[in-house]
Design a protein around this ligand. Structure first.
Ligand SMILES: Nc1ncnc2c1ncn2[C@@H]1O[C@H](COP(=O)(O)OP(=O)(O)OP(=O)(O)O)[C@@H](O)[C@H]1O
Ligand SMILES: [Mg+2]
Length: 136
């Protein structure tokens, strides 16, 4: 994907949906970037692209949301409220690192040491107005 400037939430959603078409199963998508940078919007697009019907909401408080019934299962994590590597292991990250489940992890950079080497990193940066720079 390289580096793209998204001009709207809809464009960020569309980027996530386009990425979903390339997924084969078992990928870890690590999403990094500030509050409101568009990580959740991107995951909504990924979920739609995988054919998940239910509404995707931020797992900030629930930590994990699982979506089944699409082309590949999707597991949406948010590390924002987790403080230690133990916290991450306690919620069972390793149990979800099982193909064909696709993991999408917000604030993944907090615990990058726990993620597989083949993790796909996607960086989100807030720009002027509604622009967001999205870099893979
Ligand atoms: N180009 C854009 N792409 C995505 N979101 C945008 C864009 N422009 C404006 N927004 C707004 O920015 C916010 C992005 O929210 P979102 O929940 O996706 O961010 P987030 O990175 O998941 O934040 P958090 O770290 O709090 O989980 C929304 O309010 C959305 O409407
Ligand atoms: Mg979010």
């Amino acid at each position: 994907m390289g580096s793209i400037i998204s001009q709207s939430p809809a464009e960020t959603f569309a980027l996530g949906r386009a990425l979903a078409a390339t997924l084969r199963g078992g990928e870890v998508l690590a999403l990094a970037g500030d509050l409101g940078a568009g990580k959740t919007h991107f995951v909504k697009g990924v979920a739609a692209g995988l054919g998940h019907q239910s509404e995707v909401t931020s797992p900030t408080f629930t930590l994990i949301h699982e979506y089944t019934g699409g082309r590949l299962p999707l597991c949406h994590f948010d590390f924002y409220r987790l403080e230690t590597e133990d916290d991450v292991l306690r919620i069972g990250l390793d149990d979800y690192l099982v193909p064909p489940t696709v993991l999408a992890i917000e604030w993944a950079d907090k615990f990058h040491g726990l993620l597989p080497a083949a993790t796909h990193w996607i960086h989100f940066q807030v720009g002027e107005g509604d622009t967001r720079q999205i870099t893979t």
